[in-house]
Design a protein around this ligand. Structure first.
Ligand SMILES: NC(=O)c1ccc[n+]([C@@H]2O[C@H](COP(=O)([O-])OP(=O)(O)OC[C@H]3O[C@@H](n4cnc5c(N)ncnc54)[C@H](O)[C@@H]3O)[C@@H](O)[C@H]2O)c1
Length: 479
């Protein structure tokens, strides 16, 4: 369903009217394409706050993979706020705040970012690197937690498609409270994702990456870089891997299947038998496999394992989902049961069956689909929100055990309002509110959830686990 308001604000009279009336003016977001793989604007700016020194060489190497960047000490940044013209503007500002351990040191965050915000290009990124709040040092915890409130607020203030996130890196030890080189390297795939057009619809998020020692158990286990060899690894990071995507016939699932195939995976596309035509057409286009199957079937996990090309998979994406909305007073038991069954029970059951059968290879990735409704709740969606909150519970509990016992990461994506047939079916006013009530004033696209899934599925994302990543443009609901 076309977003008419968005298109109106791209016309001259629409621009005039929305400005005069103080209405939201959504910025067209740049998504990743092979022709335009980088952010708009000039070099990325790398700053440090106070004594933070996040393994400089490793961070510089990681940032190299994101495009040209300049390293500047806070003392040297006055004057760069006056850049003019998009190319002179910075595509991103990365602030190393990992070493902040006391509230007084937060001043350095203001000192670093205040002068440079005006130099951030439209669609630019602010990425603050922090550390996990300590359980032993409440001053450090207060200061690091403060960064969360800071980033979430800044993300709401930024305009024109600019976004802000907080990425928490582990510190080496209490005696050496800075991330080690290997820990920064473990976060490289996340840095690349957050500093690329692939994360266009993510804002105000807090993401925590485990240290290198913890990442290796769930790292690149099924072959160094896939059968295409190291040279092809950057373009086809999932080469040689098998992915299964449920609910792949349309919407977000179709985009996830297409994006994983773009990244080199052989994709097994699963959807209900009623969607077989669309499913077969998609599988043919992606040179994958179609698997018509109701995921709620009691033996779905076993039937999936039997249908896999070599009996095992590397990436499992639980995307299939349904809504049966009614207020609880009007909700039949059937509506309640069906949503809990498809969205939650079947996710738990098939995951258990596949893990028990050893059908998820070491280095594997499980990505489950939650929703911001499962975080904030939503009128008319007690069944749906319960199912999606349940998905989050599963992910948080299973993640450490799946990593330790199977070498597999488990994470969730929590979409906000995404333009699909599911959201096209909601009433006009609710749809309009859903689109506008986020910091980017627009709905996301299926590809936004797909790119997030591809990052979580990346062989280098072994340190990302137990995370619930909202793909919602910083929705006012639960963001
Ligand atoms: N679109 C949004 O704004 C939004 C927001 C938050 C969460 N989500 C979640 O994202 C996922 C995809 O959403 P979408 O908007 O693309 O939905 P959609 O309705 O467009 O597509 C869902 C797909 O899942 C399939 N499916 C349903 N039940 C199934 C079953 N029992 N077995 C196999 N396949 C089944 C459907 O046939 C369909 O192809 C869902 O889990 C949804 O809850 C969507």
């Amino acid at each position: 369903m076309a977003d008419r308001y968005f298109h109106l604000t791209r016309t001259r009279p629409g621009r005039f009217l929305s400005k005069r009336l103080g209405l939201p003016r959504p910025e067209p977001l740049r998504r990743w394409s092979a022709e335009r793989p980088t952010l708009r604007g000039g070099p990325l700016l790398h700053l440090t706050a106070g004594q933070s020194r996040c393994a400089d060489a490793a961070l510089a190497a990681a940032l190299d993979g994101c495009g040209p960047h300049v390293r500047t000490d806070t003392a040297g940044i006055s004057g760069i706020s006056d850049t003019s013209g998009t190319d002179a503007h910075h595509s991103a500002v990365v602030l190393d705040a990992t070493g902040i351990r006391a509230v007084a040191e937060l001043r350095a965050v203001h000192e670093a970012l205040h002068p440079v915000l005006r130099s951030l290009a439209p669609g630019g990124r602010v990425l603050v690197l922090g550390s996990p709040p300590s359980a032993e040092d409440h001053h450090q915890a207060a200061a690091q937690q403060a960064l969360e409130g800071f980033v979430r607020s800044l993300a709401k203030e930024l305009t024109r498609g600019r976004t802000a996130q907080l990425l928490r890196l582990p510190v080496a030890s209490a005696e050496r409270p800075q991330p080690a080189e290997a820990d920064v390297r473990a976060a490289e795939s996340t840095l690349r994702f957050l500093l690329s057009p692939k994360s266009a619809f993510l804002s105000g998020q807090v993401i925590e990456v485990a240290g290198a020692a913890d990442s290796t158990s769930a790292g690149r286990a099924s072959g160094p870089t896939g059968p295409d060899g190291p040279a092809a690894a950057d373009e086809r990071p999932l080469g040689g891997r098998t992915a299964l995507v449920t609910g792949a016939a349309r919407g977000i699932g179709e985009a996830v299947a297409s994006t994983l195939a773009r990244d080199g995976a052989h994709v097994v596309c699963l959807d209900v038998p009623g969607a077989e035509d669309r499913l077969s057409a998609l599988a043919a286009r992606l040179e994958g496999t179609a698997l018509p199957l109701d995921i709620a079937a009691p033996d779905a996990g076993e039937r999936i394992a039997a249908a896999l090309p070599d009996g095992a998979l590397d990436i499992l994406v639980h995307n299939a989902g349904i809504t049966r909305d009614r207020r609880l007073v009007n909700m039949s038991a059937e509506r309640w049961e069906s949503v809990l069954e498809v969205n939650l029970d079947s996710v738990l059951r098939s995951t258990d069956q596949l893990l028990r059968a050893g059908a998820v290879r070491r280095g594997g990735r499980i990505v489950a689909t939650a929703s911001i409704a499962g975080i904030a709740g939503n009128t008319g969606q007690t069944n749906y929100a319960a199912s999606k909150a349940g998905v989050i519970g599963m992910v948080r509990s299973l993640a450490p055990r799946a990593a330790a016992e199977h070498g597999v990461t488990v994470n969730a994506v929590a979409p906000g309002f995404i333009e699909t047939e599911m959201t096209a079916a909601v009433p006009f006013l609710v749809r309009e509110a859903g689109r506008r009530m986020n910091s980017l004033s627009q709905g996301g696209l299926p590809v936004d959830v797909a790119e997030t899934t591809a990052w979580l599925a990346h062989p280098d994302s072994g340190g990302v686990r137990g995370q619930v990543v909202r793909v919602c443009g910083q929705s006012l609901l639960g963001a």
